[in-house]
Write a protein that binds this ligand. Structure first.
Ligand code: ADP
Ligand code: ZN
Ligand code: ZN
Length: 760
């Protein structure tokens, strides 16, 4: 008789915990269900059952399960297996994976089953769905103007006159109460009166959040071009030999069309597909395109969607009729799949697939590959600019590779012109942030009613402000960074902790009142472009203008429908967007990317610059790209211009090999945090010493990272570089032991230590 269960708590604790089951629950509980358990002195958690047994623990006093949340498991055994893999590989606790995986309400809230959304609707009593009766009613309401107006409004909204004339009630359109009364108190009063007279009836209507009501009738799928068909066949053929295939296709070659055909092929054979995208690439534009083909066989999983919607998707995946296709972001690798056949990772090079904070610090592409492997599914990685790791695997024969070299309809790739900004400044040719050739091309494009994208990889107005006399610059009080000036807010903001500060009237150092801003953020670009082109309609897309899903979609939709002429934005504008009329792309300052102190800087710059250039001229004539830089002679710039991925790859691989960086090694960063800097330094030194005893010269540091204090916590970092081929399992186990050993000293109890495996 089973009396005990082992559970995972949503906490950074590696152990599982054992609880006693009260007799009435013993029959109902299952592995993968959640239970409510007490923990510590006063806390209560929803914990996940991973084992049911009858071994009473002897070393501590056992507590009892309070109640059962799920009568049926919400997590499948194969998910637990994947979560355990993630915890092992990324050196975190499975509780942290559990916490990240389950949408909030499922995890924390106790016994509150999820209620479907309802809306309140209004209908006219059947009696009046008759021309004569309606005339009578109108006559009796003659003196009550409000009620009469409400009736008229209802008849309009419900399109009732036509329905009455044609004697067909089915033609009535459902009327939302809020639409009818427009939330006007007088209308609401009138409605109440009319309901009491039996004229109107009010009723509740359930609406599925995953509404399929506005699906187009006809499901459409495009015919593939010859090149695309070749890629499609090639991918399927490669799957006979290999589990993973790289689809290397230039921007606008129609990779999405190839995915659609593969998805169809897969679901026709009864398997499920996971289509994974970076957050900002999963747009309404793309979802609509897939909806037209797959209708409600497809579910969307997005971290910006309300929690309730995500729970509904999760539940449906557990049901007997799960979605055949999930299109989703990073976290959709945690969803339950019952018969997964294919995983597609689009824009596989995207760094945002790696979660930086909090744990699990996982790479969704790599987790997706493991998920596919565990499910016996195939994987397709698609991109125009593969990550070096992926391309390396393809070169080594570990992955298959299929290429699409031409754009759909043979539209030419954009012509990229490099503009030497040193020369532009020297000859005084610039127009604010614009070089002379870009300025002229923008004029021409606007005259021809074409659209323009301007890319600047910094938000805010000015990245730094400075006292003109003494050089003082404001810094965050909690972080080791200078503040960014936001003009609209008239505030200084810390981009690390979000703290805002007033702009000082005068320099706190020397009392000088002249404080100048330096450099360009997107906000300032927008300002100055508006001055240069007063007639142009300009929109800005960056973190500050896209806090909500609707604001983001709004900006995109305006641009797509030609309601704006110029879109100014951060890397958000480089991603997967497909616009009809963009003929000019301006990269205003490539140097912020080229000068990054990171071994991946050139790889990233190549990817980002090629992607943003790829937004130009997708339809119609060839697009023009202006790449403004003070580093016009760098080889990577020439490689972008000639779209020469193989040269970039071979240059970068030489360097990586020389310095033994990935993919020739694995990196693990060990981070340590504490409020007390001296204590932290002592801990960091101890940690590095013990690590060096174990790993020898593979250990570098400790160092203070470029931003060495965030939110009042000091930070230190140790780098562990493990050569490819060494046993990672062994390395991980030793790291855990070292962590335990060092942290067992009482002085370090309050310190935070965590690992970032394969950091980005
Ligand atoms: P990629 O994902 O490679 O950048 P897309 O799949 O977005 O390219 O295709 C670019 C444009 O070409 C899209 O507007 C798409 O609808 C169109 N397109 C591509 N292939 C086809 C096809 N076979 N039939 C019709 N339109 C296509
Ligand atoms: Zn000063
Ligand atoms: Zn800060």
């Amino acid at each position: 008789m089973a009396q005990f269960i082992d559970v995972i708590l949503p906490l950074p604790l590696t152990a599982t915990f054992t609880y006693k089951l009260p007799a009435p629950l013993a029959q109902q509980v299952a592995v993968g269900s959640r239970v409510i358990v007490p923990f510590g002195k006063s806390k209560v958690y929803s914990a996940l059952v991973v084992r049911i047994h009858d071994e009473e623990p002897t070393e501590y006093k056992i507590k009892e399960v309070q109640s059962l949340i799920d009568e049926r498991p919400v997590v499948l055994p194969q998910q637990l297996k994947l979560w355990q893999w993630i915890a092992d590989y990324y050196l975190c606790s499975v509780g942290e994976v559990y916490k990240a995986a389950l949408p909030g309400v499922m995890k924390d809230e106790v016994k509150r089953s999820f209620k479907p959304l309802t809306k309140t609707c209004v209908r006219l009593h059947d009696l009046y769905l008759d021309e004569e009766m309606l005339t009578v009613l109108t006559a009796t309401l003659r003196r009550s103007t409000r009620q009469l107006a409400l009736l008229e409004r209802y008849l309009d909204l419900a399109q009732a006159r036509a329905a009455i004339r044609l004697h067909n009630e089915a033609l009535l359109v459902e009327v939302d109460k809020a639409d009818l009364t427009q939330n006007d108190p007088n209308s609401s009063t009138a409605l109440r009166t009319m309901v009491s007279k039996g004229i109107f009836q009010v009723y509740e209507q359930t609406v599925s959040r995953l509404s399929s009501s506005d699906l187009p009738e006809e499901l459409k799928i495009h015919t593939l071009s010859d090149a695309q068909q070749g890629a499609f066949d090639g991918i399927l053929r490669s799957f006979e030999q290999k589990n993973v295939c790289l689809l290397h296709g230039v921007t606008s070659s129609g990779k999405t069309e190839v995915y659609i055909h593969l998805i169809k092929h897969m679901i026709d054979s009864g398997r499920q597909v996971l289509y994974l995208l970076p957050e900002i690439v999963l747009t309404t534009q793309l979802v609509d395109r897939l909806r037209r083909v797959f209708g409600d066989r497809m579910g969307v999983y997005h971290s910006k969607y309300p929690e309730a919607e995500r729970i509904e998707v999760w539940q449906k995946q557990l049901s007997d009729t799960p979605y055949d296709i999930i299109i989703g972001v990073r976290s959709s690798v945690f969803l339950p799949f019952q018969r997964l056949g294919l995983v597609i990772v689009d824009e596989e090079h995207e760094t945002s697939f790696k979660q930086a904070e909090p744990a699990p610090r996982y790479h969704a592409r790599n987790v997706a590959l493991v998920l596919a492997h565990m499910s016996g599914a195939k994987s397709l990685l698609g991109t125009a600019t593969p990550s070096l790791e992926t391309y390396h695997n393809a070169q080594a024969g570990k992955y298959a590779m299929v290429c699409l070299h031409e754009r759909y309809r043979q539209i030419q790739l954009p012509a990229i012109e490099v503009v030497d900004m040193n020369e532009q400044y020297r000859k005084k040719l610039t127009w604010g942030p614009l070089s002379d050739p870009l300025y002229n091309e923008m004029r021409r494009a606007l005259d021809g009613h074409e659209q323009i994208i301007l890319f600047q990889n910094r938000r805010g107005y000015a990245p730094t402000i400075e006292c003109t006399t003494c050089g003082w610059t404001p810094r965050c009080t909690c972080c080791d960074v200078s503040l960014t000036y936001h003009k609209v807010l008239h505030q200084l903001t810390c981009h690390y902790c979000g703290h805002t500060f007033q702009l000082p009237q005068k320099c706190p150092n020397c009392e000088n009142t002249q404080i100048k801003s330096h450099g360009y953020g997107t906000e300032r670009i927008e300002d100055e472009i508006q001055t240069l082109f007063p007639e142009a309609r300009i929109a800005r897309m960056d973190l500050d203008t896209t806090r909500t899903r609707t604001s983001y979609e709004g900006i995109l939709s305006d641009f797509q429908h030609g309601r704006t002429d110029i879109l100014v934005g951060t890397q958000m504008v480089t991603k997967g967007l497909d616009f009809q009329r963009v003929s000019v792309v301006g990269i205003l300052n490539a140097d912020t990317m080229l000068n990054m102190p990171d071994f991946r800087a050139y790889e990233r710059a190549f990817q980002m610059l090629s992607q943003v250039a790829g937004r130009a001229g997708r339809h119609g004539r060839q697009g023009r790209v202006y790449l403004q830089t003070r580093n016009a002679d760098l080889p990577v710039v020439a490689q972008v211009v000639s779209n020469d991925y193989p040269s970039m790859y071979s240059d970068q691989m030489d360097e990586r090999k020389l310095f033994s960086y990935p993919p020739f090694s694995h990196l693990v960063y060990v981070y340590m945090k504490h409020r007390d800097e001296r204590l932290l330094d002592a801990l960091a030194r101890d940690m590095a010493r013990v690590m060096t005893q174990v790993f020898g010269p593979r250990v570098l540091g400790p160092d203070a990272p470029p931003v060495s204090r965030i939110q009042s916590m000091y930070i230190r970092k140790i780098v562990l570089k493990v050569e490819a081929g060494a046993s990672l399992a062994d390395m991980r186990q030793r790291l855990r032991q070292i962590e335990q050993h060092v942290l067992s000293q009482t002085a370090y109890k309050s310190a935070t230590v965590y690992f970032d495996v394969d950091p980005y």
